[in-house]
Design a protein around this ligand. Structure first.
Ligand SMILES: NC(=O)c1ccc[n+]([C@@H]2O[C@H](COP(=O)([O-])OP(=O)(O)OC[C@H]3O[C@@H](n4cnc5c(N)ncnc54)[C@H](OP(=O)(O)O)[C@@H]3O)[C@@H](O)[C@H]2O)c1
Length: 272
């Protein structure tokens, strides 16, 4: 299937590791040029080098940017405009990792850190890139939400707020951008085997006398993930790449859930 992504320009926010890294690889593999954003320059350059090695024809720009800083996001949009002229695909993926604890007892600053990064970071990104987004039917905004916006995931209160807001803001923004034929969709990952999730599973497993693999299997069983495993980051990226493509031109305002059946929540568990 030709996805029509050749020579399109994609901005991936939060691209230095995890799901964003996989999204950047996936888009470049389909012929897109990519601008990679995150705070850490070293991580961004590492991913930029990986992509250049894998896709020599892709133009790759790495721009250290903190999405909690509105002026920094605006400066980055100006740098992307100076280099590429316009943007076809904007992926809002930056977010903080889940931190344990009874989050209702957190300070305002702790709540604000999570909401300011993910929810307001997404809004800042869209505001900054708004005028650069292609209005010829190829413009795409894709927001990476999370399963805690659809169901209760223990300790994840701020993530629940961000992710449920992402789903509703995506519908609002789809309406706002429709007159310019720019589609706006969300992708909701479930449990994803990112680098930090591997560390989490290995260390949590060790405290329970289990291997990482055994721990992950137990979590998947306890959570009722129908497919009985976590996702590879590339499996989330595949849905993002499709939504970014010409083949998804008539999809807007929706959320694609990539959770292995977690939301089905059969409660009785999986028989096999
Ligand atoms: N992993 C999962 O199981 C899972 C499940 C559901 C949803 N999600 C969602 O998917 C997204 C990616 O998660 P992930 O697990 O791949 O996370 P990750 O591995 O921690 O990567 C997060 C990315 O965002 C960047 N970032 C963080 N704060 C930023 C800021 N203030 N400004 C700019 N960039 C920032 C990080 O780079 P720097 O630190 O260098 O800035 C990094 O590139 C998040 O929105 C998360 O909520 C993840």
């Amino acid at each position: 299937m030709d996805l029509g992504l050749g020579n399109r320009v994609a901005v991936v926010v939060g691209a230095s590791e995890g799901i964003g890294r996989a999204i950047a690889h996936g888009l470049a593999a389909e012929g897109a040029h990519v601008a990679l954003l995150a705070r850490g320059g070293a991580g961004l350059e590492r991913v930029a080098d990986e992509i250049r090695a894998a896709q020599p024809e892709a133009e790759v720009l790495a721009i250290p940017t903190d999405v909690t800083d509105p002026e920094a996001v605006d400066r980055t949009a100006a740098a992307v405009e100076a280099h590429f002229g316009r943007v076809h695909v904007l992926v809002n993926n930056a977010g903080n990792r889940m931190r344990p604890g009874r989050q209702i007892t957190w300070s305002d600053d702790e709540w604000m850190l999570d909401v300011n990064t993910k929810l307001f970071g997404m809004l800042r990104g869209i505001r900054a890139f708004d005028s650069l987004l292609a209005s010829d039917g190829s413009g795409r905004i894709i927001n990476i939400a999370g399963i805690s916006g659809h169901m209760v995931w223990e300790t994840a209160m701020t993530h629940a707020i961000n992710n449920s807001a992402f789903v509703q803001a995506t519908k609002y923004l789809a309406t706002d951008f429709a007159p310019r034929a720019i589609t706006v969709n969300a992708v909701t990952p479930g449990l994803v085997a990112t680098e930090w999730r591997h560390d989490w599973a290995a260390s949590s497993g060790a405290t329970q006398g289990k291997s990482e693999d055994e721990f992950v299997k137990d979590v998947c069983r306890q959570k009722g993930i129908l497919l009985n495993r976590w996702a590879e980051p590339s499996e989330v990226a595949d849905s993002v790449v499709f939504l970014a493509s010409s083949r998804a031109a008539y999809i807007t305002g929706t959320t694609v859930i990539v959770d292995g059946g977690l939301c089905v929540n059969p409660r009785v568990g999986v028989v096999n």
